[in-house]
Design a protein around this ligand. Structure first.
Ligand code: NAP
Length: 430
């Protein structure tokens, strides 16, 4: 009989408790898939007394997760605490330092310290797996690292944050404002009490940094990502988008070109009829474009106890089988910081919404500021006329460079014809 894999879980919250429950309650089925019994040997969390909805009998309790990571009583350390710094970082380093394989769902930790930790794992010849960190239940890291390994990938992009997708989908269905829908999402548990990371785009940026690292074989480059959130999207934008044949989604987009890698997170107009346009609610989706496979699309639940635990367990099973791959699919010593294409060089059509006082000459001023930067207009829409009052006016540009767009917008604001900051939403050609 093969020796059991003794699992130590740090963090018994949403994901950790679900992983513990699956290991305890579905041990036999899991053992038959990896050829080896799995045992929940030890756990650590802050509150020993809290009911986790699973029997933890037989698992040794460690009040200190770093001590759990150093314990000789486990064969794999599963970090489900979260946060880029300590104690998660100290515990993962301690485990890798003593050649213990690690599974984590912690995107912040890996986006900030991924290379350092992958180097430790490689030196010790152990796995550092993170399937649960990106797009929850969608096995996208496996897909990129293993299934598409023969391809040169040119672009990876997707909807990577379920909270934002839920908010945008609900705004569209109900016609309600961002703040109302966010408050409802918080009540329903779809958004955190502090939603800054989600709605500000940083959660998507963490995931994009990891996706791009695996797709292009570079170090995660979080600080090279242009990040914008969804807080400025209005019901007007959503209605206008539909009229032009688009839906608005918060996207993470990583593109490789001869000049380097472009990394951006922002709300985007996605053409109706393309795979990402139909991804609704808390779902996530990722599209990868490879030279051999062409376009492949992956969709599923991007967060929550079950989907994330599904990903974490698959990483544990790989370790039980003795499979060991480079963390990012490329040997850690070869992970270099990529050359980042500046956002000012981004080229694409754009949706521009201005709130203007409805009076003669305003549209001419805006058109002139755009023309001064050689930005040509594809179409313009003014929904309602209310002389003397503020109304939204929308311009769709032809392909334009971001640096020129920024100058044009500055000039328009300086001309005093708008009553609030212009809203710019990039239009994608997928
Ligand atoms: N939730 C999701 O849908 C999801 C999806 C993908 C990835 N992830 C990632 O998975 C990880 C865990 O997320 P989660 O949603 O399960 O978080 P969570 O529900 O907040 O649980 C965090 C757990 O960590 C424990 N903890 C926090 N600080 C600790 C400390 N200093 N010492 C010991 N234990 C500590 C907490 O202990 P107590 O319970 O005792 O207070 C809790 O059990 C994060 O990296 C997150 O980004 C989550």
């Amino acid at each position: 009989m093969t020796s059991p894999l003794r699992i130590g879980i740090a963090g018994l919250g949403t994901v950790g408790a679900a992983v513990a429950r699956i290991v305890v309650e579905q041990g036999e089925a899991l053992a038959s898939r990896c050829g080896r019994p799995l045992v929940l040997a030890a756990v650590s969390s802050r509150d020993h007394a809290k009911d986790r909805g699973v029997s933890l009998e037989g698992a040794v309790w460690f009040p200190d997760l770093v001590k759990l990571a150093r314990s000789a009583s486990i064969d794999v350390f599963v970090e489900l605490i979260g946060g880029e710094g300590d104690p998660a970082r100290a515990a993962v380093s301690a485990a890798l330092g003593r050649a213990l394989p690690v599974v984590t769902a912690n995107k912040a930790l890996l986006a900030h310290h991924g290379v350092e930790l992958a180097l430790m794992a490689e030196e010790q010849r152990v796995s550092l797996n993170f399937e649960g960190a990106v797009a929850g239940g969608i096995p996208i890291i496996k897909a990129l690292r293993e299934g598409l390994a023969a391809n040169k990938l040119a672009r990876v992009y997707g909807i990577l944050n379920g909270t934002c997708n839920y908010i945008l989908t609900t705004m569209e269905a109900s016609g309600r404002k961002f703040a109302d829908v966010l408050a409802e999402a918080q009540r329903l548990g779809y958004a955190e009490a502090d939603p800054t990371f989600d709605i500000g785009g940083m959660d998507t940026a963490h995931k994009l940094a990891l996706l791009a690292a695996v797709a292009f074989g570079n170090a995660p480059a979080l600080d090279g990502i242009h990040v914008e959130g969804i807080a400025r999207i209005t019901p007007h934008d959503i209605v206008f988008a539909r009229e032009f044949g688009f839906r608005i989604k918060l996207l993470g987009v990583a593109t490789r070109s001869d000049g380097g890698i472009e990394l951006r997170v922002h709300p985007a107009m996605v053409p109706l009829g393309t795979p990402l346009a139909d991804v609704d609610g808390v779902y996530n989706a990722v599209v990868a474009e490879g030279d051999l496979v062409g376009k492949s699309v992956y969709e599923g639940r991007g967060a929550g106890a079950g989907p994330t635990a599904s990903a974490v367990i698959s990483d544990i099973l790989d370790i039980a089988r003795g499979q060991q791959l480079s963390t990012f699919g490329t040997p850690a010593v070869k992970l270099k910081r990529p050359v980042i294409v500046p956002m000012g060089d981004h080229l694409g059509p754009c949706y521009l919404r201005f709130t203007v006082i409805d009076r003669p000459g305003v549209i001419a001023v805006i058109s002139r500021c755009l023309a001064d930067q050689a930005i040509s207009i594809e179409s313009m829409l003014q929904r309602s006329r209310a002389p003397g009052e503020a109304v939204p006016v929308v311009f769709i540009t032809h392909e334009a460079r971001e640096a020129e767009l920024a100058k044009a917008l500055q000039a328009i604001v300086a001309a005093g014809v708008v009553t609030e900051e212009p809203c710019m939403i990039r239009m994608e050609r997928f």
